[in-house]
Design a protein around this ligand. Structure first.
Ligand SMILES: NC(=O)c1ccc[n+]([C@@H]2O[C@H](COP(=O)([O-])OP(=O)(O)OC[C@H]3O[C@@H](n4cnc5c(N)ncnc54)[C@H](O)[C@@H]3O)[C@@H](O)[C@H]2O)c1
Ligand SMILES: O=P(O)(O)OC[C@@H](O)[C@@H](O)[C@H](O)[C@H](O)CO
Length: 545
């Protein structure tokens, strides 16, 4: 038995069912034809999370007969994803859910009706313009990583790949933010049509940041005379263009060789993993855990389907904001980052190994329960304590999940302001909490700074073995700032060297040198960097283990 994603799955349904795969309950060809005239949902960022959350929601809505159209996917950063992992498979994918009890569930997903890999303003772009000028389009979702929203550097200057788009106007825009602003301009020209623009990336107040970047872009073009001032008013008007807040959660590791092999053994032919030139790891399948949440602020100016019937929580702004802060600043993502940086120092391959290390687990527990929970608000829709317990006791330890410290520590510099900075700020600003009591957060920060010691993206683990750091746009700058410090070397100037880094509010959300944390971090850093084999003794001493 050999199963291909492009099979006429109704004709060989028995074989798919024998493989235990859930099948679409609709005709994908009819859905694609209907979507071409009646699009309601476009998603930007054709990566792995999309396949395991948004595409499955779209499939669920189709299966239930709630909608007749599928989701359209657009990729601006890495069009190879579309060429390699979507087009050859008629935009279909296989969802592989690796449950914590060791069982595996597969589902053939055919809800992606069309895919656009944007490289220039050519016929592919024209296809997207047709979608954006359609009055029936209700919303856009986005998963493009935190750095995908950046258009300026830390000094407020335009990034080198954004500046030409500002200079040359909307017709030249192919970056994620430029292209989305240009497509909103088309929607504006088509009659100021309403739409919801839904960021589903991992950061606090994601919708607010998304709005501010789009408004920034629109104003830059207005200043240069490329667009009318009224276009700026359109994107600023929440009744026309809404930017709801969201919380999204499903641990979705990069497609793993182990899963590819498992699929091959089970007769799934489409199990090849692609590593694109831009560094995305994609496949015609995606692998994820069973738990998932999507919480969206219910502001959709052009309406929406009954997303709640597919398991999405729709709530008011306050509820969504609290749910997101709970996840990204306390109960999940900070735990992930602390485990990932210390896990890289231990050269652990999997996240389940990190939490299986009792000292790293103690760090995670202190971070979530002792330091995070006291300053996080209860969203009401789930209990933060139970959420954190499930993360620490069930989700991260899931031995079936091929998640790695290498993946989680990608772009750490972009994540620390949210994952640690928000909590630090709450301690600094609240008269009821003492910043001096923080231990796990400064330990995690110090461990990350120790991990960065090295050159050219290389570093050493706690055993002195060379490792390659995960990609991060600020590594060159940070490694060069730390260059005079060596593991086991003279650390007497560590204070001086670390000071400007710790003062950088773009990294921590706060100038840490104005807080007692700076001294603490320098102290921990010196202990970690004193030599090899320091991680466990320092954690044990500082955490009282
Ligand atoms: N994977 C997860 O467990 C998970 C869970 C919740 C939220 N998220 C959010 O989703 C994002 C994407 O995760 P993923 O698993 O799909 O990652 P992925 O590596 O599979 O895909 C990344 C996507 O982002 C795009 N991208 C990368 N850099 C970009 C840039 N500079 N500009 C524009 N687009 C860019 C890529 O082209 C691709 O579409 C994460 O960064 C996070 O914010 C991920
Ligand atoms: O996706 P990132 O790169 O922002 O962060 C890596 C992980 O912490 C993250 O993907 C989690 O797996 C996810 O947030 C779980 O919902």
């Amino acid at each position: 038995m050999v199963l291909h994603l492009t099979d006429d799955f109704k004709a060989n349904a028995a074989e798919w069912e024998a493989a235990g795969t859930k099948l679409p309950q609709y005709d994908p060809k009819a859905v694609a034809e209907y979507t071409a005239e009646h699009p309601y949902w476009v998603h930007f960022g054709a990566g792995n999370l999309f396949r395991e959350v948004q595409a499955l929601i779209a499939q669920d809505l189709l299966n239930q007969g709630e909608v007749k159209a599928g989701v359209i996917v657009a990729e601006t950063f890495d069009a190879d994803i579309i060429t390699d992992a979507y087009k050859p498979y008629d935009n279909r994918g296989l969802s592989v859910i690796l449950k914590s009890d060791g069982s595996v569930e597969t589902e053939l997903v055919a809800s992606v009706a069309e895919s656009f890999g944007v490289k220039a303003h050519d016929e592919v772009w024209d296809g997207l313009v047709k979608v954006f000028t359609n009055p029936e389009l209700q919303f856009v979702t986005v998963t493009i990583t935190e750095k995908g929203y950046a258009i300026r550097n830390n000094d407020g200057e335009l990034l080198p790949w954004i500046a030409p788009e500002v200079e040359n106007g909307p017709d030249s825009a192919v970056s994620a933010m430029g292209a989305i602003t240009a497509l909103l301009l088309e929607r504006y020209k088509a009659g100021q049509l309403p739409i919801a623009m839904v960021s589903t990336d991992n950061f606090s107040q994601n919708g607010d940041r998304f709005r501010s970047v789009i408004v920034d872009f629109a104003k830059l073009w207005a200043d240069k005379g490329f667009v009318p001032e009224d276009f700026v008013t359109y994107v600023e008007d929440p009744a026309k263009v809404a930017f709801p807040l969201t919380m999204i959660d499903r641990i979705t590791p990069n497609p793993a060789d182990s899963v590819s092999k498992l699929l091959e053994e089970k007769g799934f032919a489409d199990n090849k993993i692609f590593h694109t030139a831009k560094g995305t790891n994609v496949a015609p399948f995606a692998n994820a855990e069973e738990t998932w949440y999507l919480v969206i602020e219910d502001t959709f100016p052009n309406g929406r389907p009954a997303l709640e019937k597919a398991g999405v929580f729709l709530g008011d702004r306050d509820t969504v904001n609290k749910a997101d802060e709970m996840k990204v600043t306390t109960c999940l993502n900070p735990v992930h980052t602390a485990l990932a940086v210390t896990g890289r120092l231990m050269s652990y391959d999997s996240m389940s190994e990190t939490i299986g290390d009792k000292d790293l687990k103690a760090l995670a527990e202190r971070l979530a329960y002792v330091e995070g929970l006291p300053v996080v608000a209860d969203p009401g829709i789930f209990s933060p304590k139970e959420f954190a317990e499930k993360v620490i006791d069930v989700r991260v330890p899931n031995p079936s999940l091929p998640d790695s410290p290498v993946r989680i520590s990608t772009d750490t510099s972009q994540k620390v302001p949210i994952r640690f900075g928000v909590t630090i700020k709450k301690y600094v600003e609240s008269p009821d909490h003492d910043v001096n009591t923080l231990v796990a957060i400064p330990l995690a920060i110090a461990a990350w700074l120790r991990l960065l010691l090295g050159t050219d993206g290389k570093a050493t683990d706690d055993n002195g073995n060379e490792i390659t750091l995960s990609p991060d746009p600020r590594i060159p700058e940070l490694q060069s700032a730390l260059a005079s410090l060596k593991v086991g070397g003279d650390l007497s100037k560590a204070d001086e060297v670390l000071k400007p880094i710790l003062a950088d509010a773009t990294l921590w959300g706060t100038d840490l040198t104005q807080t007692p944390l700076a001294e603490k971090i320098v102290g921990y850093f010196k202990e970690f960097a004193a030599g090899t084999g320091t991680l466990h003794p320092v954690l044990e001493k500082e955490l009282g283990l």
